[in-house]
Design a protein around this ligand. Structure first.
Ligand code: SAM
Length: 282
């Protein structure tokens, strides 16, 4: 991906969503990842597009054994925050260390992931293109480790109470997400296909944000971004969308709005290496 048209992610936005992200993640997909590496080996975990490191704060304390996190992002400010705020201990008290790697994930190769025990990312897939996802699947297949890709938007939102403009805004938002070849709501299907083609077994699990009165600050900020992106894609919506946003923000402030933003988590497990005819590995 070129960096010229790359959106910058405000740390304040990433912080605001961290609690809802944590509540939404699918712990069911962690089961195959729980086994400790043999002989006290350090687990090397690559977090792609780490932002402020929210995924590491959730995942590191859920896995046993010593861990080394390699945090990747193209934004140096976010990398610095992620390194500062990284957890220091694993579930069993083993040490967790971090290092950072600044760069464009579009050019990630299997060599960059050599020695990885796990590759993971959160809220990343939907801002990639099909070529970038193909490159990611190829790099991960080369590394031969599990891959956990969390919280990709699914292209479905539910708002209660309903409003006649909901569907039109949702459609314009999804079209905005698909701008310039980005995958937006198609990302999980495209990634599932790419990882399977590279020999992985793929599982997905729903990971929706459930936003009620307790998450009104996040819901309001999400609404501003959701409606704003829809209008950017279809400027003629503006007068109606402005009134819509005012109505929705008032409902939100009064504790009368519930929003479900559907996401999916994806786990890709590499094909087990089969014994060759002489008992070696093929
Ligand atoms: C939506 S944020 C998610 C951040 C974090 N994973 C989280 O869940 O809070 C996407 C992150 O990916 C990074 N990013 C997006 N495209 C990238 C690319 N092509 N190369 C490197 N980093 C990228 C952004 O800088 C941002 O930190």
């Amino acid at each position: 991906m070129t960096t010229t048209d790359t959106p910058r992610y405000a740390p304040e936005w990433l912080e605001l969503r961290e609690g809802a992200d944590a509540a939404a993640r699918a712990p069911e997909l962690l089961e195959p990842l729980r086994a400790r590496p043999a002989g006290g080996t350090v687990r090397v975990i690559h977090d792609l597009g780490c932002g402020t490191g929210s995924l590491g704060r959730w995942l590191a304390p859920r896995l046993d054994g010593p861990q080394e996190w390699v945090l990747h992002d193209h934004d140096p400010g976010l990398l610095e925050l992620a390194a500062e705020r990284a957890p220091r201990t694993a579930a069993d008290g083993s040490p967790v260390t971090v290092r950072t790697r600044r760069g464009d994930l579009g050019s990630l190769t299997a060599d960059d992931l050599a020695g990885a025990s796990l590759v993971t990312a959160s809220a990343l897939l939907d801002v990639l293109t099909a070529d970038e996802i193909e490159g990611l699947a190829a790099a991960c297949a080369g590394a031969g480790c599990p891959v956990l890709l969390a919280l990709s938007v699914a292209g479905r939102v539910e708002l209660a109470p309903e409003d006649p403009l909901d569907a039109e805004i949702a459609e314009a938002f999804d079209a905005h997400q698909r701008r310039s070849g980005l995958l937006g709501p198609d990302a999980v299907a495209v990634a599932s296909e790419a990882f399977a083609r590279h020999g992985a077994t793929v599982r997905t699990h729903a990971s929706p944000w459930l936003l009620g009165p307790g998450e009104s600050a996040l819901a309001a900020e999400w609404l501003r971004g959701w409606v704003g992106a829809a209008v950017e894609h279809r400027p003629e919506l503006e007068p109606r969308a402005e009134r819509y946003l005012r109505r929705r923000l008032a409902e939100c402030a009064a504790g009368g709005l519930r929003v479900v933003v559907h996401h999916d988590d994806l786990l890709a497990l590499p094909r087990p290496v089969s014994p060759g005819p002489t008992g070696g590995v093929s």
